[in-house]
Design a protein around this ligand. Structure first.
Ligand SMILES: *Cc1c(COP(=O)(O)O)cnc(C)c1O
Length: 470
């Protein structure tokens, strides 16, 4: 299987190369040359199977022969035995035809563990095979960094540098990043916003000499392997609800469009998904784009669901590319407009194709708070603010199929918002109870590109050894 860039100006890569590259050199995102299809009886046979078995069946066709089946199986099993629930991603019913898919039973209590645990093992495997080291760099508004640090800590081939906005992540999120005690983990608080942190990471990747010297590797949601790993739980949950015999719809709290795009891939592979429903907080670029056809950036609003506080939704580029019939030149033109003027108009045929599969709703802060209280009072299920955004949008959506709202984080991660909504703070799961007593270690850096790069270069073991001063 080869992977092509959405911008059409980088050579196709094999799976392992795609894994290590993250972003394509031409600035595009990688997609497989084609989507392998699973037969209806193969999908039907997923019912009742362990999560790891379904994962292998869904993921293997995208890897081709690049990883031995035994090794892949081993990595998948090791990734998912870190979860606190034997089903990995269980379903909870909260209304007649409405279900929550609980994706937060991993170590850092957000759905990002599901992809990151596997991604770390795949990357370590690829680097060992090449006898290489790499430097993982990433920006986070909280969840990605915690999941990456938890997944990569202690691995021999990689050093991890995570930039987060100083004072703008939750207490639990910060402690998860700063208390591992691992030598290969570096948590960096930037005196700036998430967008500043993200811009610093992008600039490092665009600095070709640095990228090569440090063997930079990105693990944010544009990494293809993360999307691939997320495709699995669409299958496991849909078969519980009667797929492939019966179609199912999904409602996904969305920021960078990675998680919901994984659902779109599952559909391309043959899973009968009826509607894919995008739900956002007041950072509503996607609902505006679907409603008006105009994809236009405006400022970031801070909300109680910070992992969805984004300006541009990076993975939307992948859907756009597909909706343009894989016309890379047309996509490049739109991306150039986005850079120059902060927006573009989605060509009408592409917009029609997107609307044929997706709906989108923005959910206000008040509605999110009310939804947390309402769902808890009616069902006993306590949604975190991101999950509540999804549930609220799901209630507005009109579908005749069973509807699964993705539960993307554990309420304990966002205690202040939960207490505001319900009057009581959520209980911390046992795994987090000791977190507040561990010593924290992190570095505060100014929002200054050269200082950030100097810090990373001085500590990354992949860096070419410097000549000793004479
Ligand atoms: C990252 C995250 C999201 C958004 O996921 P995308 O793939 O960026 O759309 C939603 N909820 C939580 C809790 C997250 O951590």
């Amino acid at each position: 299987m080869k992977y092509i860039s959405t911008r059409g100006e980088s050579p196709p890569l094999a799976f392992m190369e795609t894994l290590l590259a993250g972003l394509a050199p031409d600035g595009g995102l990688y997609l497989p040359e084609f989507y392998p299809r699973l037969a209806e009886d193969e999908i039907a046979a997923f019912a009742g199977k362990p999560y790891a078995d379904v994962a292998r069946a869904v993921i293997a066709p995208f890897i081709g022969g690049e990883i031995e089946p035994q090794a892949l199986q081993g990595m998948i099993e090791a990734a998912y035995c870190t979860f606190r629930h034997p089903a990995i991603a269980p379903l909870a019913q909260i209304d007649g035809n409405l279900f929550v898919l609980e994706l937060f039973h991993g170590r850092t209590l957000a759905f990002k563990d599901i992809a990151m645990q596997l991604l770390a093992r795949l990357i370590d495997h690829a680097l060992k095979a090449r006898r290489q080291r790499a430097t993982i760099v990433g920006a986070t508004s909280g969840d990605t960094g915690a999941a990456a640090i938890e997944a990569f800590r202690g691995l021999s081939q990689v050093d991890v540098f995570i930039l987060f906005p100083h004072g703008r992540v939750s207490d639990v999120q910060r402690r998860q990043m700063t208390t591992t005690g691992a030598d290969n983990v570096h948590a960096i608080a930037i005196e700036g916003t998430f967008d500043d942190a993200q811009a610093a990471i992008k600039a490092m990747f665009n600095h070709a000499a640095l990228r090569e010297e440090l063997k930079l590797c990105g693990v944010n949601s544009i990494n293809w392997a993360r999307i691939l790993a997320q495709t699995v739980y669409y299958f496991t949950s849909a078969v519980v609800l009667g797929a492939p015999r019966r179609p199912v719809s999904f409602c996904v709290p969305t920021g960078n469009f990675g998680d919901i795009f994984a659902g779109w891939i599952a559909k391309r592979m043959g899973l009968p998904i009826d509607r894919l429903i995008v739900s956002t907080n007041s950072n509503d670029i996607l609902p505006r784009a679907l409603a008006t056809g105009s994809y236009a950036v405006n400022g970031v609003h801070a909300t109680q669901s910070p992992s969805m506080d984004i300006q541009v939704s990076s993975n939307f580029e992948r859907l756009l590319f597909e909706s343009l019939g894989r016309d890379a030149a047309a996509l490049r033109a739109l991306m150039a407009q986005l850079r120059q003027s902060g927006g573009f108009t989605i060509p009408p045929p592409a917009l029609a194709a997107i609307r044929a599969e997706f709906d989108a709703f923005a959910v206000s802060e008040e509605d999110t708070t009310r939804e947390i209280a309402k769902t808890f009072a009616q069902t006993g299920f306590l949604p975190d603010p991101h999950t509540a955004v999804g549930i609220h949008a799901a209630r507005k959506a009109q579908t005749t199929t069973p509807l699964v709202a993705l539960g993307t984080a554990h309420p304990a991660k966002f205690a202040a918002a939960i207490e505001r909504a319900t009057g009581v703070p959520p209980a911390l799961p046992e795994t987090l109870a000791g977190l507040k007593d561990l010593p924290e270690l992190y570095t505060v850096l100014p929002n200054d590109q050269s200082e950030i790069e100097r810090f990373v270069r001085a500590r990354a073991r992949a860096a070419t050894p410097k000549r000793a001063a004479s």
